[in-house]
Write a protein that binds this ligand. Structure first.
Ligand code: EPZ
Length: 428
């Protein structure tokens, strides 16, 4: 896994061809790992990707008294051995915002939690008020002091709540409250719940642990509290964002790639957008039970407008990668962010490669150019880094991407997978 100073060097102009296997979903695995705090029995989570964010989450679980091991077959075996610790310290939380999702399980099982307030990050302010609103609705008392959330509840009580803010529903917030509510007394109803597949996957794991959750995947989730949860085994869903990133790679590199083990029902908006641009999308028969789709580049693409929205809309986590595609499509494309209005750190870097993008509030106006030319660029966050790697695949000459540790937070050996498809890419 990458050191902080590592760079990635991509030589543009190589056609990508072949098959790529998609790893387990980062954003499903992170809250599922936190859910293991809801029992002192052993949980086995399979298909967990090898990422630095997972390493950080396991460090937090160990700090909270768990034994946790990520095995070479991708399964994580985790068990809470000492249930006294309640603190998630700043040093760990600041490295990964998703650590906020230990709040719900700790409150429910250990009655108390002390969690460092996550800060903002380059993609925006990212408040956690909705997480706190949900916990308060369940009866927790919450104080923020010296940068820490102190939460306490001798007994959580089920209730009806509306969990929405200026930017709609919250993915991790829904998961956090859902986890807390599994052990609350009585029934909890979350209205305006996030419908993302990652929330559904978490609900599935919790139900395997003995929870009684219905409605996950809709805007209304009902959780009937139970006395106790037990150990369970679960396989994490494939990463729809990784799948979408490889689809973009095929579209950009004049490629022809078979994406293996992507859940196509999780990617409808993405496949629809690819077809609208002119990329050929062919569903293939499943192989060994795994879904497959073939993405074939075409010669002439059409400009299009793209708006990021909560699921099943187009995901914000693929906005930067699709911006890279549209940079090279003749005409003007508009991309509007409805989830994180400031998530455009990739724009200045893409412009360094010769793109013609202008930002107007939460929209970018992309004027297609004939080619990109390689240059040194700086990775600023996970998905922006992916967008720059994609740009490097098609840019003339060499693109050097600095600070690629961002990539290792969320892409399981992306350089190995791209190289296997024919990319010229190396770390230095
Ligand atoms: C999850 O973040 C993902 N992270 C993000 O992926 C993803 O971009 C995001 O969902 C949206 O799909 C993980 O699952 C670990 P939100 P989350 O709460 O849950 C606002 C990646 O690249 N909001 O659904 O933290 C918020 O500011 C990452 O893999 C509040 O106002 O996102 C945003 O505008 C980046 N108050 C909107 O809601 C809150 O309490 C949606 O955020 C919480 C959120």
């Amino acid at each position: 896994m990458g050191e902080k100073l590592e760079t990635m060097i991509v030589e543009g102009g190589h056609r990508l061809e072949g098959e790529v296997q998609i790893s387990g979903s980062k954003n499903a695995a992170l809250p599922i790992l936190a859910a293991a705090l809801l029992t002192n029995e052993q949980c086995v989570i399979e298909h967990v990707p090898f990422l630095s964010d997972i390493v950080e989450m396991l460090a937090i679980l160990r700090c909270l008294g768990c034994e946790a091991e990520h095995r070479s077959d991708g399964s994580v075996v985790v068990q809470a051995k000492d249930e006294k610790p309640i603190t998630a310290p700043y040093e760990l939380v600041r490295k990964m915002r998703a650590s906020i999702c230990v709040l719900g399980p700790l409150l429910a099982r250990r009655k108390r939690a002390k969690i460092s307030m996550p800060g903002g990050c380059v993609i925006g302010v990212r408040p956690i008020d909705l997480h706190l609103k949900g916990m308060a609705a369940l009866g927790a008392s919450l104080d923020i002091e010296h940068g820490y959330i102190h939460a306490e509840a001798l007994e959580l009580k089920g209730c009806e709540m509306f969990l929405g803010g200026a930017f709609g529903s919250t993915v991790l917030g829904t998961g956090n409250v859902m986890m807390a509510a599994t052990l609350a007394k009585g029934t909890t109803v979350i209205e305006n719940a996030a419908c993302e597949p990652e929330v559904q996957d978490l609900a599935m794991f919790l139900n395997t642990m003995g929870a009684k959750i219905s409605g996950a995947g809709t805007h209304r989730i009902v959780i009937e509290g139970v006395e106790e949860l037990h150990g369970a085994k679960h396989r994490v869903i494939p990463d729809r964002i990784e799948a979408g990133t490889f689809m973009a790679a095929a579209a950009l590199s004049d490629g022809d790639i078979i994406i293996k083990d992507a859940r196509l029902d999780h990617l409808m908006a993405v496949l629809d957008k690819l077809s609208e641009i002119g990329v050929r999308v062919k569903r293939l028969a499943p192989e060994n039970g795994l879904e497959r789709v073939r993405i074939i580049a075409a010669k002439n693409y059409k400009a299009c407008d793209l708006i990021t929205l909560p699921f099943p809309g187009f995901p914000t986590d693929l906005q930067a990668q699709f911006a890279t595609i549209l940079c090279l499509v003749p005409g003007i494309s508009l991309i509007t962010e409805k989830i994180y209005p400031d998530r455009f750190m990739h724009v200045a870097e893409l412009n360094r490669l010769g793109a013609n993008i202008r930002k107007e509030s939460s929209t970018i106006i992309v004027q297609g150019v004939d080619f990109l030319s390689g240059a040194p660029v700086m990775a600023t966050d996970l998905r922006a880094s992916a967008a720059l790697v994609l740009a490097g695949l098609v840019a003339r000459g060499e693109t050097t991407i600095e600070q690629i540790y961002h990539l290792d937070r969320g892409y399981d050996r992306i350089d190995d997978k791209l190289r296997a498809l024919g990319a010229q890419i190396r770390r230095a």
